[in-house]
Design a protein around this ligand. Structure first.
Ligand SMILES: Cc1cc2nc3c(=O)[nH]c(=O)nc-3n(C[C@H](O)[C@H](O)[C@H](O)COP(=O)(O)O)c2cc1C
Length: 130
């Protein structure tokens, strides 16, 4: 899992896919945090992305850096505790102008049953499960 965290941090931006009915939806995301041995992402409950995840928690992430890319498929699980929200905001202080750990909007989700596959041109894919 750490390998996935480090890679996503290095990429800076990853693309998060959800589904809305039979329509795939994808958008850029940047937040990623390791907390209690889980990989967390952050969003706002008011966003469509959040509403889509609440309806269908299957997500996929894709990110690319230095001739290597990763796809992570997982179940996103909401964690409504204050602590991981605060840790996330501390890791991304620029979010504090928009979010706080005790507002009704900030949402953090951890990845469950995740399969990350690292790819490179010409190399064998490397699979990490967490
Ligand atoms: C570089 C970059 C990083 C972003 N990171 C996040 C993020 O971590 N969480 C988030 O909720 N929105 C993030 N956004 C904003 C979302 O991409 C944007 O709100 C998007 O419209 C949400 O998807 P939706 O419209 O389907 O709800 C980021 C945008 C950019 C350009």
């Amino acid at each position: 899992m750490e390998e996935v965290y480090e890679f996503l941090k290095k990429c800076g931006i990853y693309y998060l896919a959800t589904t809305e009915g039979d329509q795939p939806r994808v958008r850029p995301f940047g937040t990623v945090l390791m907390f209690e041995d889980k990989l967390y992402i952050q969003t706002g409950k008011v966003k469509n992305v959040s509403k889509q995840i609440m309806k269908n928690p299957k997500i996929e992430i894709c990110a690319f850096s230095d001739d290597k890319w990763v796809r992570v498929e997982a179940i996103a699980v909401e964690d409504d505790r204050t602590e991981p929200k605060q840790k996330m905001l501390d890791a991304y202080p620029q979010l504090k102008s928009m979010y706080s750990a005790d507002d009704d909007n900030t949402q953090v989700l951890y990845l469950k049953d995740a399969t990350a596959t690292f790819y490179s041109f010409g190399g064998e894919p490397e699979v990490v499960k967490f």
